[in-house]
Design a binder for this molecule. Structure first.
Ligand SMILES: [Zn+2]
Length: 266
């Protein structure tokens, strides 16, 4: 069967528009979360990691579960699971346009004994990392937006850099020295900053299954007696919620005690 040339060009046009449209939509909707390709898998700056403890030097095993880029519709089920298991966690939050309506959940997060940490207001790398001034303006804006929902905004002194403290995405916008400058400024201002040594890799494209998330975590966690686990509670990470009960069981069965980031042993 032969189609007139004009029809064929129209079809090609439609396909191109569709592909471009989808790419653009995906790009825009992902702007306010850590995308796996922008996140250092395991940052290597020792100053921002939990203390290194070789597996045979201590009996104590601790795990801090951390959730970045929320709150979102997935935060509530996560809180339900944590409550049921009586496990504390830490939430490094954002206050972007697409998640602002979930900010009242911060009150529940605090009331149930979890820790709230600062992550970013907009989570847009190009804005946040365009200069150190822009970075601190973003944090200031975040604190302002959290204020109505937390007991004491001044007590929010823990910070996690978007993309991690050794990310290189920031270099595109703020130059190669920006992370070094920001780390020094954070310390001067009295912020405590932490990366992670276990990654769920749950922000990867194609939405990894709960099974893959559990597998990713166990692979990294086996190496450490003190684990800081990076997960995400965005609207896109429903499989993280699914995986959570098994993640908690694995750490319990392997002798880990749960704590917030601020309660990790030094
Ligand atoms: Zn993030």
């Amino acid at each position: 069967m032969k189609f007139p040339t004009r029809l064929r060009w129209a079809a090609v046009g439609c396909i191109l528009a569709l592909v471009f449209g989808c790419t653009l939509t995906a790009h825009l909707s992902d702007r306010t979360v850590c995308r796996q390709e922008d996140i250092t898998r395991i940052p290597d700056d020792a100053a921002f990691l939990p203390p290194a403890q070789p597996a045979d030097t201590t009996d104590e095993k601790w795990v801090a579960l951390t959730f970045d880029d929320g709150p979102s519709k997935n935060t509530e089920p996560i809180l339900d699971i944590l409550k049921q298991a009586q496990v504390p966690a830490t939430f490094f939050v954002v206050a972007a346009e697409n998640n602002e309506k979930y900010l009242p959940l911060l009150t529940r997060i605090e009331a149930e004994g979890h820790q709230i940490g600062l992550h970013s207001c907009t989570h847009e790398y190009s804005k946040v990392y365009s200069s150190t001034t822009d970075f601190w303006a973003d944090i200031k804006e975040l604190k302002k937006k959290l204020e109505p929902y937390v007991a004491d905004p001044a007590a929010l002194t823990w910070l996690r850099f978007i993309g991690g403290s050794t990310n290189t995405v920031s270099h595109r916008y703020g130059g190669s020295g920006i992370m070094k400058q920001l780390k020094a400024q954070a310390e001067e201002m009295g912020y405590r900053t932490i990366d992670w040594n276990v990654s769920a890799e749950d922000a990867a494209g194609g939405h990894p299954s709960a099974e893959t998330i559990v597998k990713n975590i166990i692979k990294d966690a086996k190496e450490h007696n003190i684990c800081v686990v990076l997960m995400h509670d965005t609207k896109a990470t429903g499989t993280t919620v699914e995986a959570l009960p098994e993640i908690i069981s694995w750490f319990s069965e392997n002798g880990y005690q749960f704590c917030t980031v601020e309660d990790l042993p030094d």
